[in-house]
Design a protein around this ligand. Structure first.
Ligand SMILES: *Cc1c(COP(=O)(O)O)cnc(C)c1O
Length: 346
């Protein structure tokens, strides 16, 4: 059905907004009792990797591209750590628009780049990080030839807020805690917008605490200011100068909660744990909230029995390199029953 049709009454659509869709939204809220019981909480994973291009970016992109079409635009542009470009390229392809994407050279996961290539985007890799790429596309969009579809485009957050609606619809109210990775900080701001609006129309009795998790090498919210050279294995949150800084800080102040940093080793360990103990393969950035919950539990600061939703923002298949680095070489044996038996014995 798609989020534009599903949540039409909550979105600023007009009769001229085309109801485009690639089938985004309606992602599963997966109960994770094995990890939850270890943490003493009731844990659910909102698996956004099930969206059409494998990340939550599709919720905002469908809205941004619909509005670009409504406004008569013929080309969209974005800076991206990978998922925004995959999403922009797909929706532009479906709508018949040009898509130009600017990415940090050498720091985009292979699967994401392959998506943008396949959907036919015009890709430019710059010798700089995401923040530099964003500054360039903001300039490029100024003369009106290109519609900017980064999350500074307010339609992006408008579409992304539908994930909060889905969480609330599935649980019957807000969870106690929403745990979410934070990069450019659009998504945490969009969830806040969604919960706020659902509460205003009487669908929620309460608001959740917002816990935002950043990679330790790219943690401007935790450090209290921009990070010049962000570094992390979780490339989707390798951002030092978040565009939605004010919105995200205001949301956390209003809802309660906070920002926390988690190390790359903890992120990769959590990624594996989510796969092995919950059957969900999410990309490294998506594991940050679970790594963070494990860390808070170890420090004794996670309330027992809390209902917690961790947002798993993207699909693990996008970054096969990160997964295979953990695996090491595969065992290869002769094609004989005895050899296989021997290989799997103790
Ligand atoms: C974009 C993205 C994030 C970060 O979201 P922001 O809105 O930039 O904070 C986290 N995880 C994945 C997989 C992403 O694609």
């Amino acid at each position: 059905m798609g989020v534009l049709s599903q949540y039409a009454e909550h979105l600023a659509l007009t009769e001229r907004t085309p109801r485009i869709t690639l089938g985004e939204g309606a992602t599963p809220l997966v109960a994770a009792p094995r990890i939850g019981s270890a943490l003493g909480i009731e844990l659910y994973l909102k698996f956004e990797g099930q969206n059409p291009t494998g990340s939550f970016k599709d919720r905002g992109m469908v809205m941004a591209v619909a509005k670009a079409l409504e406004d008569g635009s013929s080309a969209i542009v974005c800076a991206s750590t990978g998922n925004t470009s995959a999403s922009a390229a797909a929706y532009a392809a479906a709508a018949g628009l040009r898509a130009v994407v600017v990415v940090p050279a050498g720091h985009v996961a292979l699967g994401k780049l392959a998506q943008a290539v396949m959907y036919g985007a015009e890709i430019v890799a710059v010798e700089g990080n995401f923040d530099a790429a964003l500054a360039i596309v903001r300039e490029l969009a100024k003369d009106g030839e290109y519609t900017l579809v980064n999350s500074v485009n307010p339609w992006r957050l408008e579409g992304q807020k539908t994930a909060a609606f889905e969480v609330a619809d599935a649980l019957g109210d807000a969870p106690d805690i929403l745990a979410i990775p934070v990069g450019n900080a659009g998504n945490i701001s969009a969830y806040a917008k969604g919960f706020r609006e659902y509460r205003a129309c009487g669908r929620l009795a309460r608001l959740p605490q917002l816990l935002g998790f950043q990679a330790a090498g790219a943690a401007p919210f935790v450090q209290g200011g921009p990070v010049a050279s962000p570094e992390t294995v979780a490339t989707a949150i390798r951002i030092g100068r978040p565009a939605s800084w004010d919105l995200a800080r205001a949301a956390v102040a209003e809802f309660g909660g906070g920002f926390h940093a988690v190390g790359d080793d903890a992120i990769l360990a959590a990624q594996q744990r989510i796969a092995r103990d919950a059957g969900v393969f999410a990309e490294p950035a998506s594991a940050a909230p679970v790594a963070g919950l494990l860390q808070l539990h170890a420090a004794g600061s996670l309330r027992r029995g809390a209902v917690v939703v961790a947002v798993l923002t993207g699909n693990g298949l996008k970054d096969p390199d990160a997964a295979m680095r953990a695996a090491g070489a595969l065992r290869t044996v002769p094609a004989q029953l005895a050899a296989v038996r021997e290989a799997i014995a103790g």
